[in-house]
Design a protein around this ligand. Sequence first.
Ligand code: SF4
Length: 332
Amino acid sequence: MTETISPATEPSSGSRQVLLAAPRGYCAGVDRAVITVEKALDTYGAPVYVRKQIVHNRHVVEDLQARGAIFVEELDEMPLGATVVFSAHGVSPAVHTEAAERGLKAIDATCPLVTKVHHEARRFAREGLEILLIGHAGHEEVEGTTGEAPDQITLVQSPEDVAGVELRDPTRVAWLSQTTLSVDETLQTVHRLREKFPLLMDPPSDDICYATSNRQLAIKQIAVRSDLVIVVGSANSSNSVRLVEVALESGARTAYRVDNAGEVDPAWFVGVETVGVTSGASVPEDLVQGVLDLLVQHGFPAAQEERLTEESLVFALPPELRRDLRRSVAGD
Ligand code: SF4
């Protein structure tokens, strides 16, 4: 009997496997931010303006645009009195002030774990400390945190940057970090900072968030056995880009980031037996499924998920939105 194989599907070879990292994809902060825009559209009607990309994923942004969200870079691009949602990455106090001056109805979808870093920055600044913020120049989260105490915060982008850091008083200094960095590289940076400034104070708790850490640990487990790692995530997503770096550092022969299955190059599969797959914290699961389907079409079997840990954190919606939702349910 002749076996019929769909022309789009190559037979899978017995030695091939696909390892799917878990946790992957949406974190609690991204979930909250996306639901905030959806509920704002339901409650206030379109258009709802969003300052910057609500989360760093092109597909999520396009989907919300189709529902009536308008994405802008700055507040002067929207009419006075409009409704605006601030993105998950947070904003500086100057942006809150400008929103109030322009009479905007602001809904703050900043991830509570980013807000925590803002609180730490304000507290260290009040105590008169200089703050070394480990992070990447130009990232919205770094801009927002720096805005809490611009005269006291110095950005440190890598372990190599430490040599050039100069302080007014090396005995009065603390460090903080962006939430989506490489855990290992940040530890190296802190180690070098402490060698140079022995009295360096730590933040009260880790700034790199649970979702970033979990996704990096999960891909490390898999990368060591993978010939190829595919990370689903957008180019401006810090935690997605870090996952590619972590995969390579952990032993993957090659690793690529793709926005979706359409960006996967079948040439990557030549000589590959084990493919590891994961996704950044702002990536909807259907984009990962698209990559898994493509792998099946190219002769890889169904993926086996390897779960490092369960995640159950859920954040409440922003209070200003919850209040208006209650009012709309009550018919006010
Ligand atoms: Fe919050 Fe971390 Fe998700 Fe960023 S990656 S939104 S800090 S939970």
